[in-house]
Design a protein around this ligand. Structure first.
Ligand code: SF4
Length: 301
């Protein structure tokens, strides 16, 4: 009897053990999957779940979001972090309406051409929404492939073309099976082959994993220092954005001045928000979320 392939082992495990997540439910559309992928890029699942439900309730289609302002997208994004994603998601919704009649396209080239949709997100939507065969490579998948196939404990710096090739070589030929395997690789990296505490004893590829066979220990400490937040421009940006999110119109700069005493850092943070297309000046003295209560600016190209 032939041995099951790497993908078969992981896919079988996935079908028995995958987390029950709403964007994986049968019948969930491409828009819902795209929104989940954008939210999950830099935010943990537990924080994404309520935000995703709220977002999809308010804007169940790209057209619904495209009809609303970027300011509302930023408000709904709340404290998920990296709020440029909210504006880019709305830009994406506008592009889907203008270029594709409101339907998220299924062609990889068309997905890649959408604002805010990069290599990972385009392939994730093509695979998970449309059942296509594409390597879907995030940090978790890179780590699984690196350990199990290359026998290296960490994936090292991202080398996108090489990562895509290494992952694609593991995918079954049949598109639906490949899409399932892509989801399975991601899940394995997320909950079993984690960075610091891989659970090799319950891993479905333990018997064929090169890193496990080498007998090496998991890396002892974090290879990346946790990012400092307190006192950073990110914190100041978050405070400024919080005031603007809670306001119903332009906010005088005197009110914004109250959020942080360091004038230089506060000005720098505010200028960064304007540069990133999240905030816009109103006259000489006030600021608002972009497009808040007025015509929405054109989306970024
Ligand atoms: S056996 Fe261990 S190191 Fe190898 S893929 Fe599984 S969890 Fe990761």
């Amino acid at each position: 009897m032939t041995e099951p392939t790497f993908a078969t082992r992981v896919s079988r495990w996935y079908e028995e053990n995958a987390r029950d997540l709403p964007w994986r439910e049968p019948g969930v559309g491409a828009w819902a999957i795209l929104v989940s992928e954008v939210m999950l890029q830099q935010t943990p699942v537990v924080r994404v779940l309520p935000a995703w439900h709220a977002w999809m309730t308010r804007w169940p289609t790209p057209a619904a979001l495209a009809d609303d302002t970027p300011a509302e997208a930023i408000r709904m994004w709340g404290r998920l972090g990296y709020p440029r994603r909210a504006v880019r998601l709305r830009d994406c919704a506008v592009a889907v309406v203008e270029r594709h009649g409101g339907e998220v396209p299924d062609r990889l080239d068309q997905l890649l051409a959408l604002p805010g949709v990069g290599t990972y997100t385009a392939r994730a939507v093509a695979a998970f929404a449309y059942g296509q065969r594409h390597p879907v490579v995030d940090t978790n998948v890179r780590r699984v492939v690196s350990r199990a196939v290359a026998g290296e404990p960490d994936a090292g710096p991202a080398t996108r073309p090489a990562d895509l090739v290494a992952c694609e070589e593991l995918l079954p030929a049949e598109p639906a099976a490949a899409a399932l395997a892509s989801a399975a690789f991601m899940e394995l990296g997320a909950i079993i082959c984690t960075a610091r505490s891989p659970r090799c004893a319950v891993c479905p590829v333990e018997s064929v994993c090169r890193w496990r066979a080498s007998g090496q220990e998991a890396p002892a400490g974090p290879t990346r220092r946790p990012q400092r937040y307190a006192g950073t421009d990110r914190q100041v940006r978050g405070l400024l954005l919080g005031v603007l999110r809670d306001a119903t119109g332009p906010v005088p700069h005197q009110r914004l001045d109250q959020v942080w005493t360091d004038d230089v850092q506060r000005s720098r943070a505010l200028a960064g928000l304007v540069k990133d297309g999240l905030v816009e000046p109103v006259g000489e003295e006030s600021f608002r979320l972009v497009g808040d209560g007025g015509p929405a600016p054109l989306p970024l190209p």
